[in-house]
Each structure stands twice: as C-alpha cells, then as structure tokens.
Design a protein around this ligand. Sequence first.
Ligand code: AMP
Length: 500
Amino acid sequence: MKLKMEKLKTILGKHEINEFEIIELGSDITDAKTQIVASGYGSQHHIASVVFENEKGKYVLGIRNANAKFKSGALKKFSNSKKLKMVSPDVLAKLSQIAGSVCPLTIDPKEVIVVIDESVAVMSDIVCGTGTIENAIKLSRQDFEKVMGAKYVRVAEVQYVRNENELDRYLSGVAPSASEVHLGNYLGAMKQFVDFQNTPGTENYYFLADYHAINTVHEGSSLRSNTQNVMLDYLGAGVDPEKSVFYIESQIPEIFEMTEVLNNAVTLGEMKRMHGYKDKLADPNQDENSINMGLFNYPILMAADILLFEPDFIPVGEDQAQHVEICRDMARSFNSRYGDILKIPELYVKEATGRVIGTDGERKMSKSIGNILGIFSDDNVIKKQIMAITTDPARIKVDDPGDPDKNPIFYYLEIIGHDKSKIEEYRERYRKGTIGDVEFKKEFFEIYREYISPMRDRRAKYAKDMDYVNDMVKENGKKARDVAMGVMDRVRTAIGVYRV
Ligand code: AMP
C-alpha cells in the first residue's frame, strides 16, 4: 500500500503537481459508492475509472463522472473495440490496481487506451481512487489533465444516481418580502422545517429567497434589513444552523444560471396559468403590459432554487403547490430532452395548516392583505391584531349567545394546539353568551403570547450574537453552493456547453 502511494506521489511530482489532498477513508470501503460517502465530498466531485479488456486483449480505461453511466456503443467506438468486458480483480492487480479504488493517475498510458467522458471536463476538482482501499485523492481538474490529457469524448450519459446511503432531503425557502414572518408562514412552512430538521434520517436545506423579494421590495436598505429580520425569525422559529443548511439564495450564483436553463423548459401557456400572474391580471386596476417580469417568472426562479439541490420533499404552504408542480414539469421536460439529469422532488403540504386563514376569518393570512397575526412583533402590535379579529356579527350585547364558527379565535386555538377540553369550555361559554368578545380576545392574547414566547426568546438570543449567525450562514452557504455547483456541472455537460 505504501508503495502504491509512493508511486502516485512520484507521478504527481514529475508533473509538478503540489496541491492535492490525500483523503483518509477509514476501513469500511467496499466499492465506489462507499468511497463517495466516506470521502465527505459529494458524488459530483468523484470520478469512476473502469478498466475493460477488448477482443484484441487490449485494456481500455474508461473515466466518467460518478453520476454518469457508460454507453457501451460509444465506449467501443472511441476505443476502437468490437467487444468490451470489465476486467477481473486479478487483472486489475496486474495493473497495480484494486477494484473500487482504481487510480487512473498511476496507470501507464502506454499500457491502456484511455477514454475520458465529457462529464469530467466540467468538474472543478476531481476525487479518485489511489489504488488502495484506505485512501482517495483530490486534485484540481487542471492537474488531473496534466497527467491524463485533456481530450474528452461523449461516452457516458450523466444521470441522477441515487445513493442508498443518502438521507431524505427537505428544502424550502421564505422570501424576505416583509420585515417579519406571521403565523401563516410559521404553521404553513417553518414549523415543518423544524419538525423535519429534528427527524433522524433527514437532511434539511432552508433558505431566504432574497431575489424573490426584489419583486416587491425596491429599496436596498429595506431588503437588507428584511433579510436580517427574517433570518432571525427562522432561527427564532427553531431552524438550527448547526442542524440545517441555512443560507441565502443570493449566495448561490448558479441559481441564476439555472434559471436561464429552465426558461427553456417551460412554455408561455404554462406560465400564464400560474396564479400569481392570474391574480394580478384579475385586478381591475392592473394593465397586463405593466405586470413585472419578475412576478411572471417567479416560478422559474423558484424551480432553479429547488432543482439545483436535488431535494426529495418541498414543505410549503398550499399557495406554493402550483409552483412546485410546475417545477416538477420543468424538470421532466428538461429530462425528456437531455436524459435523467434532474431529480424530481415531491410536494409536502400539511393539510391542517397548509392555508392559515387571516384575522378577517376569510382570506389566506397574508401581509399584503393586512390580516396577520405576528409572532415577533411587539406585544401592543399583536394585541391590536388580535383585537381586530372578526367576531360573530350577530352578537350585539356581551351576553348575546354567539356562534363559535363565526369567530376565528377557535380556529387559531386549534391550530396552535391549545388544550382541546379548554377549547370546548370556551365554545360552551361562547354559545351561552357567558364570555364577551373583548374578554375572549384578551384571554386569547395571553394564550397566544405564551405560545410564541419560546420563539421570541430564542430569536432575542440569536439577535445578540449576529457574528455567530452571519458566520453560520456564510459556512452553510458554501455547503449549499457545493451541491448546486455539482448539479450545475451536470446540467452544463448535458446541454452541451462548450469548454475551451
Ligand atoms: P412567502 O412569504 O410567500 O415566501 O411564503 C413563505 C412560506 O409560508 C411558503 O411556504 C408559503 O406557502 C407559506 N405561507 C405563507 N402564507 C401562508 C398561510 N397563510 N398559510 C399557510 N402557509 C403560508
């Protein structure tokens, strides 16, 4: 083993390659898949090197990205072979190689025909085997090319290969369009984020969709402060930046590149069916020609936000279901042209809280309508919001009997999980007219305040340590970008971006 590493280092030295990382893999490596998991670098950074033998007894070394599969016809064509079969471990041993950790750098190019797939051409760095089970090596693609040459041909199909060891990945975002989130955002989205984050076997990606917000927030200082506020709201709600990959959309420039790719995977007709656009159009004061393209294209940017991270599930409120559906359509349309490249995610909407009703008791809770219940606002603001909740209009005097179905407080008590028997007691009193609306609202204010107080305390703690928060978001942004870059590489290869 030592000898093999020495040989590798000599070859690197001959090519004046000094920057590389020898990765310790531990002792559980059985094949390429386990190597990918153990290296800590995602499959997007790994190549697979496979040795074949052709009908003339010549060896062919095929190299591709770990997320690709060889197309045997193309591999035969470019290696001038009629037949190809993978060599046995004995033959590999003759070439000083070992199954599961072939090191292309140490194979003598005079002994084999080397065929490198285009999927390698777009990788920024490369992790490959060392010919030993214990180690892998990571080096830049430029350095890899110094040893292997830079001639690429299309012999593999890039595709999403699901690794059995991968965790279920959840991803969602909130636009910092307003300076704070409300109960609808919390119950419709953030609470799910926290629940999933704390579920073993999951991986969680949650972000602040700041570029989505520039559709309505037109002052730089407002976007900056909204972003910081909503960032703290997330943390207050319980998203933990040490457990979830918590980042800002604008940290990932690949999202905007992907948006352009996806512009070509959707039609005008499909886009015109989106409710954001349709609602705007339905407004009698709105002229179609003045509808902002940012609003119109919102679902495309959102699809890029999603597809670059290959999530399994998208936990959102019901209002986003149509957008997730069109995102799935875009991925399917892209895949039908280019192969199985993009992973198609599933929508996750929690039935009971997918559409939280506002304090008017009718419409979806929304900042733009002004029917919200805040979480992190001052007490007096929240008190005002509660006092504005609609009540049974048939009740004139405090002791008139009331209809609980006409007072949304009962609904709020249920969705925040208040004690069922206590809700029943309130119902009885309301029906009998033994509790007045003002008294009921005052009591609800106390109950609600108790419900939100742990979140407010947590937010206040984070707010005192913005350096920590910023550092965490910075680190998480790098992690998220790494995933996005891998997928973007695959997309570039698939669409045929020419590399000079
Ligand atoms: P937005 O503020 O539009 O970025 O929304 C952030 C998240 O909150 C999305 O997942 C929305 O679906 C969700 N959301 C917003 N308003 C509500 C609501 N009234 N009920 C349930 N979910 C909501």
